[in-house]
Design a binder for this molecule. Structure first.
Ligand SMILES: O=P(O)(O)OC[C@H](O)CO
Length: 308
């Protein structure tokens, strides 16, 4: 905790300004390991699961071949990048350390969040959800997003990039009536833009659906807040991560009549895969079914030592 406070105060004295593309700061201070070490004690590894390790193997191979991979994901907490890296560090350290997160402005401006964000590769964007929070800033945000898109296109052109993006534009929240958490709906335009960026990069690219269940560890405030400075509550809890097979645009949309329909159908296919995987993680973690929650589509495992 004292290291976190040191880093937060250091940034208050000399604020770090994130460029549109930020490469994880690993030295002289290793912000990546700092984030890992802070979140690690919050993860109950005995009750945590990874779904479909062979698909992560396939992703590693594609990256080694120079292909680009995009993980289309739900978004649960500010700790998502650390949870992903912690659950994969034993088996897929290259993936754990090399994801580039498409990150909203809150994670690069909130003083409590900034030191953790500095340890991740980020493409910084202004989320549509917060685009109109301050009317005078709308134009600046749009220009900045254009710059970030160009950075992303450049990255993809170089190949071997692993991007993570949540097309919901924010964190999942519980259903107000049932209190049940579920992956927030996707903005199909975000999925479509990402897919087209990948296709236009002249390097083979692949989109995979990724499900995350870790809201207990650091739940978001019940409502989406405009102001920076939300209250953080942390808990020791099991977490889950699962990836589904690649979803190919041409295969899923072959019977669509036009591009608008195809856009919706493709986003829905990704979202449905994520929701199905999420429900299996929920069954394993919350319903305490553990590895027995595995199905033909999602094979759960615990690729770590409990001593972690
Ligand atoms: O509270 P939200 O849903 O706007 O989420 C904001 C950011 O995505 C936090 O990572």
């Amino acid at each position: 905790m004292s290291v976190a406070l040191d880093r937060i105060f250091l940034d208050v004295e000399d604020p770090f300004i994130f460029p549109p593309y930020h490469k994880a700061a690993r030295e002289p201070f290793d912000y990546y390991m700092f984030g890992q070490n802070y979140i690690r004690p919050l993860v109950d590894f005995r009750n945590s699961y990874v779904g479909n390790i062979p698909v992560f193997d396939e992703i590693r191979e594609k990256l080694q071949e120079g292909h680009n991979v995009v993980l289309i994901s739900n978004h649960q907490t500010e700790a998502d990048p650390a949870v992903i890296a912690l659950l994969l560090e034993g088996t897929h350290s290259h993936i754990a350390e090399n994801v580039t997160y498409v990150a909203g402005d809150r994670v690069v401006t909130d003083p409590l969040c900034k030191p953790f964000s500095m340890g991740r590769n980020l493409v910084c964007v202004y989320s549509k959800k917060h685009m109109f929070d301050v009317p005078e800033l709308v134009e600046m945000k749009r220009r900045s997003n254009t710059r970030s898109l160009k950075e992303m296109a450049l990255l993809l052109r170089g190949g071997s990039q692993l991007l993570w993006i949540s097309p919901s534009g924010g964190r999942d929240r519980p259903d107000p009536l049932t209190g049940e958490w579920y992956p927030a709906p996707f903005d199909s335009a975000v999925v479509d833009n990402m897919r087209r960026l990948v296709e236009h990069s002249a390097v083979p690219g692949h989109l995979y659906p990724l499900a995350l269940l870790c809201y207990d560890i650091m739940p978001p405030p019940p409502q989406v807040e405009k102001e920076i400075g939300e209250r953080r509550v942390i808990t020791f809890h099991g977490a889950g991560l699962s990836v589904g097979p690649e979803i190919k645009f041409n295969e899923v949309t072959s019977t669509c009549n036009d591009s608008e329909e195809a856009k919706e159908v493709y986003a829905r296919a990704l979202y449905e895969s994520i929701t199905a995987q999420y429900n299996i993680l929920k069954c394993a973690i919350h319903d305490k079914k553990g590895l027995e929650a595995s199905t033909a589509e999602v094979s759960l495992s615990q690729p770590w030592n409990y001593e972690n």
